[in-house]
Design a protein around this ligand. Structure first.
Ligand code: FES
Length: 158
């Protein structure tokens, strides 16, 4: 689905289902991202209108939390752990390698649309640092060489 083809009905359904609960903005944003994988920019006026907020207020919350995306994610999402245990086991080296290998920074998607890269803060896999996930599957003791192998495995499965 390209960004212009966002599902307005799905967004409206999320808004309608949650707009009357207290503090509805965050649940609505989570609900939309859960449904579509991102929050289409054109959904901002719909959310603002339903909650009686300004577009700037809604947009401000979306951009405040790095978790929220305004562009569609890649086919696969890689999360690299940046928390303490992984840092002590050279997760910085792993993330530098991943960024160079993919040609993207955090919160970006490769040009072919295959991979998005996101930071995460502890995956509960500290004993096997440095850790990362691809589409929720956890990998431990990920060296740059292992990262390349995993990427090749994921590409081969596609
Ligand atoms: S610090 Fe990375 S998994 Fe816990």
């Amino acid at each position: 689905m390209n960004q212009l083809d966002w599902d307005k009905n799905a967004v409206q359904a999320v808004i309608e289902g949650l707009k009357d609960i207290p503090g509805a903005l965050l649940p609505i944003l989570h609900g939309i991202q859960d449904r579509l994988g991102y929050i289409p920019p054109d959904s901002v006026p719909l959310i603002a209108s339903a909650l009686n907020l300004s577009r700037a207020e809604v947009h401000g919350v979306i951009t405040f939390y790095h978790y929220f995306r305004e562009t569609p994610p890649g086919k696969h999402t890689i999360h690299i752990c940046r928390a303490e245990s992984c840092q002590s086991m050279n997760s910085r080296g792993l993330e530098a390698h991943a960024k160079a290998k993919l040609g993207i920074d955090y919160h970006e998607t490769t040009a072919d649309g295959d991979f998005s890269l996101e930071p995460v803060y502890c995956l509960g896999n500290c004993a096997c640092s440095p850790a990362m996930t691809i589409d929720g599957e956890v990998y431990g003791r990920v060296s740059p060489e292992r990262f390349d192998e995993i990427l090749n495995e994921v590409r081969a499965e596609a």
